[in-house]
Design a protein around this ligand. Structure first.
Ligand code: ATP
Ligand code: MG
Length: 399
């Protein structure tokens, strides 16, 4: 049976002159995501302030709902009945919606009606009364509660009549691709995928970089990070994951630097390498999952040291959040279960017992320069070599 889903765009309705551009991007993203999931089984109809997805079948509608749960820029959606604009058809659809609510365990409801087409014989108030009376007589277990209903049945009389019950919440935010690109430093932990998803929810397109140190870091942690890139990518129309081998750089740091500085120096090298990649991916910023003072490398002094090697603004959407709040988001974005799989990454493997807590930018850079990671020529330039051999993987692609 054919199904219709009504989708309501989110805050982009507030964006004045930009609204049309945002809606175009939203429409393009939705189309690409639906096409990737189930080519040819859905049709999109865009009207001012709303989008209808016409699905061939129940399965198609389920796929479409999965897509909507990953789409940034919508406030919500609902499975919808579309009828002719006759009182009889509209009331029958309201009754069906009431029965559905009752069957799904809902105890109280109210009706909200909007009559955009004034030629419809009942005004909004009368639609509510007539539908309420009908549902009351046929579905006695379902109670009207206008102040605090569990669910709302909405009736909209437009070019056709649309009737819908249970609404699902969208992810809000802005459509992916409406706010430039960023490069996410993605590790196998809980924080960085959440940082990426949060920036994606502001409309930022993403690519990601993962630094690994085989054989010290395992294939498992790489696979886990790829999976996290897939999840993050599913919220921003896909991303490219750069997998960069940092073994030689890690070795140089471990062999030559004072033990307490190794983590900060490694982070500085990551920032410099990420800056070089960002220059090639049209990224305008770097993104990390840092949260203030969560670990030694994330004191404000050490953050200043790492940032001194970044050639772009570094966005840290989690900086003021604690682990509990970050975990709630990780569960919501669906990355948590993957993040907690037990595999240590290079930062944890090589972290010193007593790291510096308050490094100065000056000392950090003197120590960093002494490592000579950039070398005289391409052969001795360890960063160049690491980037030259980087593997690139497309993750969570829709475009
Ligand atoms: P996460 O949960 O994201 O791993 P964390 O709590 O483990 O964060 P750190 O290990 O200090 O914190 O890392 C801080 C940030 O540095 C990460 O959120 C990530 O953005 C970046 N980062 C750390 N390790 C790597 C890595 N191996 N590759 C790419 N980025 C990394
Ligand atoms: Mg980490």
């Amino acid at each position: 049976m054919a199904e219709i889903i009504l989708v309501k765009p989110g805050e982009l309705t507030l964006k004045g002159g930009n609204r049309e551009a945002f809606e175009r991007i939203l429409h393009r993203n939705l189309k690409a995501m639906l096409h990737a999931r189930s080519p040819g089984t859905t049709r999109i109809e865009s009207l001012p302030g709303r989008i209808y997805i016409h699905c061939d079948s129940k399965e198609g509608a389920e796929q479409a709902e999965n897509v909507l749960s990953h789409l940034m820029g919508i406030s919500g959606w609902a499975r919808t009945q579309k009828t002719e604009k006759t009182v009889e058809d509209v009331l029958a659809a309201c009754l069906a919606a009431g029965k559905n609510l009752h069957e799904s365990g809902v105890a109280s409801y109210k009706i909200e009606a909007r009559r955009a087409d004034k030629s419809f014989p009942l005004n909004s108030y009368k639609i509510c009364c007539a539908a309420g009376n009908l549902i009351g007589s046929k579905v006695p277990g379902l109670r009207v509660d206008v102040k605090n209903p569990e669910e709302v049945i909405s009736v909209e009389i437009r070019e056709k009549a649309y009737i819908y019950g249970t609404k699902k919440k969208g992810r809000r935010g802005l459509p992916s691709g409406s706010a430039g690109r960023g490069l996410l430093l993605l590790s196998g932990g809980i924080d960085s995928p959440v940082a990426g998803c949060l920036m994606a929810s502001r409309g930022m397109g993403l690519d990601a970089v993962y630094f690994h140190t085989p054989p010290y870091t395992s294939r498992e942690v790489q696979d886990k990070t790829i999976r996290l890139a897939e999840i993050t990518g599913s919220f921003c129309m896909g991303l490219r994951l750069f997998i960069v081998n940092f073994t030689e750089i890690q070795k140089r740091i471990t062999e030559q630097a004072k033990a307490e500085w190794t983590t900060v120096l490694l982070r500085m090298a990551m920032m410099e390498a990420a800056t070089l990649i960002a220059g090639k991916t049209r990224a305008k910023c770097l993104i990390t999952g840092e949260s203030l003072s969560q670990v030694a490398s994330q004191t404000i002094e050490n953050i200043s040291c790492t940032e001194s090697r970044a050639g772009f603004p570094v966005l840290r959407p989690l900086i003021g959040m604690d682990k509990e709040a970050i975990t709630v988001l990780a569960k919501d974005f669906g990355s948590y279960e993957t993040s907690i799989l037990p595999h240590a990454d290079c930062c944890h493997l090589f972290s010193p017992l007593h790291p510096v807590l308050r490094g100065t930018v000056k000392e950090a850079n003197l120590l960093y320069e002494a490592l000579e990671l950039r070398g005289e020529n391409t052969k001795t330039d360890l960063l160049f070599q690491a980037l030259r051999t980087a593997e690139v993987k497309k993750c969570g692609y829709y475009l």
